[in-house]
Design a protein around this ligand. Structure first.
Ligand SMILES: Nc1ncnc2c1ncn2[C@@H]1O[C@H](COP(=O)(O)OP(=O)(O)O)[C@@H](O)[C@H]1O
Ligand SMILES: [Mg+2]
Length: 483
């Protein structure tokens, strides 16, 4: 190869090497660039990882904190629950004691009231004719005040029974006429005294008999009428209207229920108070109790009772325009077959003053009661009606008396007596052949529901609560003596 050719080759190779070096340099630059980028990236990643880790750690701390807080809360809840359970048990206990206490107190209050009322009414009769009219008036006031006291005791008892869900209802067939006649007898004197007109309006198509709870129906209407007389001024007027009303029972079947309306034109009740007056202890405004007295129990108990009778109690009224309370009783209240039932006493037929007929003609009865005031009052009352009354102070005395005296025709037996209670005495009577058929009427101040069941199971023929309505007692005795 000549020099020229070498020269050329040298030049070519040199150019190629230079090119290769240039490419290598570029590559190196590129690689270091990439390296830098990678380094940055790694640093970035490291930073991010650090941040994340810190964040996670913080989160972890927070989680641990909230778990601890939750644990503390759970413990607190458990403790509160425990305390609540203890409180509930305590309250149940207190409520049980309260009912028991109220039942006992009512018995204790009713027993003396019983003798007070019987003696006052006997004195007011002035059979010996030696009392002045002023004295008679005083005795009547004693009787009326005792009666008011009794009604308050009954209301308080009913309230506590209602709270315990123990308000009981006894349905029986009763004469509708008895109800309104008794209310008329009761409220006519009030109407005269207060100068308020009072009338009862009965629709012509009313049934003679209805099936409902006599005592409760009368109680509701008495509450409504007492309110009407309380909240109607002199020269006002009050009406008790009784009529039938159609109840829709399903699509096709309609039936007639009964409505009792007490309508007055007295002070009325503003619309916004229409619901509250039915609440316990609530009166239309604070001034009412100062001006008119009262406890605010009547309407609340009445509505509860109306609903227990499967009906309702409603109100229409405007301030200063009077009030209309309507007691609705359901169709099943009406009795279509006119059966007269034994034991339906005409409790409400009040014997007028001229009526001095003796109901009995010397039949002998035994009255067993440890409370001498009671025995004294009752025996005077019954002897006044022509019965011969023997007294025994305890079950033991009663048994030995009955063994020696074979002409006793009926026994009136007090339930709560110190040594043996009436129920146990009754069981002893019934274990003796000659006393198995002796009519026994239990008289008691107890208001416990179970007592009646217990006595009837032990063989009681009848069960009456003190204070006994005089007419009821006489009627019951009469029905057993002529049975
Ligand atoms: N006929 C009425 N006219 C006007 N207000 C009445 C009438 N009946 C009831 N109210 C209002 O309803 C309230 C509650 O009545 P009630 O429960 O019987 O309690 P109380 O008679 O003991 O006040 C009464 O205090 C009175 O404000
Ligand atoms: Mg009232």
């Amino acid at each position: 190869m000549d020099e020229k050719a070498w020269q050329k080759r040298y030049e070519r190779e040199k150019t190629a090497r230079l090119q290769a070096e240039k490419i290598a340099e570029e590559k190196i630059r590129e690689i270091s660039c990439r390296n830098l980028e990678l380094k940055n990236l790694t640093e970035n990643l490291e930073q991010q990882t650090k941040e994340r880790t810190a964040e996670l750690e913080a989160n972890n701390h927070r989680l641990v904190d909230s778990r601890n807080a939750l644990r503390a809360q759970k413990k607190e809840l458990q403790e509160t629950n425990q305390r609540l359970r203890e409180k509930a048990a305590e309250l149940e206990n207190v409520s049980h004691h309260k009912s028991q206490f109220l039942a006992n107190v009512s018995h204790e209050l009713r027993t003396p009231l019983n003798s007070l009322m019987i003696l006052a009414s006997l004195l007011a009769d002035n059979q010996e004719g030696n009392l002045t009219s002023e004295q008679i008036q005083s005795v009547q006031i004693i009787f009326n005040s005792s009666n008011e006291l009794l009604e308050i005791i009954e209301d308080i008892l009913d309230m506590s029974r209602a709270e315990a869900g123990e308000l009981s209802i006894y349905h029986e067939d009763i004469l509708l006429g008895d109800i309104w006649r008794s209310l008329t007898d009761q409220f006519m004197p009030v109407s005269k005294e207060k100068g308020i007109e009072f009338e009862v309006v009965c629709a012509p198509d009313l049934p003679e008999w209805i099936h409902t709870d006599r005592k409760r129906l009368k109680q509701i209407l008495k509450n409504l009428l007492a309110n009407a007389f309380k909240f109607t001024p002199k020269d006002g007027s009050i009406k008790l209207v009784i009529h039938k009303e159609t109840w829709r029972l399903g699509k096709e079947y309609t039936s007639e229920g009964l409505v009792f309306q007490v309508i007055d034109n007295g002070v009325g009740i503003p619309v916004e108070k229409h619901e509250t007056v039915f609440h316990l202890f609530k009166q239309a405004d604070g001034a009412i109790s100062r001006k008119y007295g009262g406890t605010g129990l009547g309407l609340s108990i009445s509505r509860k009772l109306a609903r227990l009778l499967e009906g309702d109690l409603t109100l229409e009224s405007e301030e200063n325009k009077g009030a209309t309370f309507s007691l609705l009783l359901p169709p099943l209240t009406l009795v279509t077959t006119e059966e007269s039932i034994r034991g339906v006493d005409s409790e409400f037929i009040i014997v007028s003053e001229e009526d001095t007929t003796d109901y009995f003609s010397g039949q002998q009865v035994l009255l067993v009661d440890d409370d001498l005031r009671n025995s004294f009052a009752l025996s005077r009352l019954l002897e006044g009606q022509g019965l011969k009354v023997h007294l025994a102070e305890s079950g033991e005395q009663a048994l030995s008396f009955l063994e020696e005296n074979k002409n006793i025709e009926l026994v009136l037996l007090d339930l709560m007596m110190p040594t043996i209670d009436g129920c146990a005495v009754l069981a002893q009577f019934r274990s003796k052949v000659e006393l198995q058929l002796m009519p026994v009427i239990i008289l008691t101040g107890s208001t416990l529901k179970d007592d009646e069941v217990r006595c009837r199971a032990a063989g009681a023929d009848d069960y009456l609560q003190k204070p006994v309505e005089v007419r009821v007692l006489i009627n019951r005795i009469q029905s057993w003596l002529t049975a």
